[in-house]
Design a protein around this ligand. Sequence first.
Ligand SMILES: [Zn+2]
Length: 240
Amino acid sequence: MGTEITLPSGKRVEITPIDGKTERLLEDKKLLQSGALIDKYLASRIESIDGDDSMTPQQKEKEVLDMLSGDRNYLLYEMRIDSYGPDMTFNHQCPTCKKTSGYQVDLRELLDDGTIKIYPYRDEPLRVELPRSGGYAVIGYMTGHEERKAAQIKDNPMSGTMLLRVKELNGKPPTIKDFDALIGEDLAAIRGGIKEMQNGGLAPTLDLTCLDCGNEYSADLRFIPDFFVPTKTNMVNASS
Ligand SMILES: [Zn+2]
């Protein structure tokens, strides 16, 4: 029997702890480039979804792709605690002074006290009015599908993201040409909407204070190696 967790959307998922075989997925460069790494990683540790334990690996991967990103982040977070415990010891480089500080956090506590935020989902996609053209854009939540496509974007990440996130522009799916014709203020409104729609489910950001220069900044948990592969004993001396 695994551990049953309830995702922010209400879906129930039973998970089993990460083993060496799943850890090894993290080293698969092909999976990383194709954007399928997190999908395979999550799917490999799922026993059942909403009580259904008869799914094939392919069906599990499809379920994970269809999941909202905020649910996927929550699943990653709970899997991390279930597999390695809640303690996370890690080093992080300050983006301002470039010095590295050591940190120690309890992931369970951060979730319980609301430091790691879980945003409720909106019932409807967001409709953004475009002030210059008088048109509108509809922006939905990210799912695994968009995450996979985002990982494949090589050039022009800004317009690529916009194309990925805007479901409708004046009633139909947008093209790059449509965005090319928009005035800056409309583009800014769309970017604001995209940012707003990032707040659904678990936000994988951790607020850190540099121990050297005191700068406060946010770090994405998914880019901290110790979130995925903890070693527990590698913290630099905070004063060095
Ligand atoms: Zn600093």
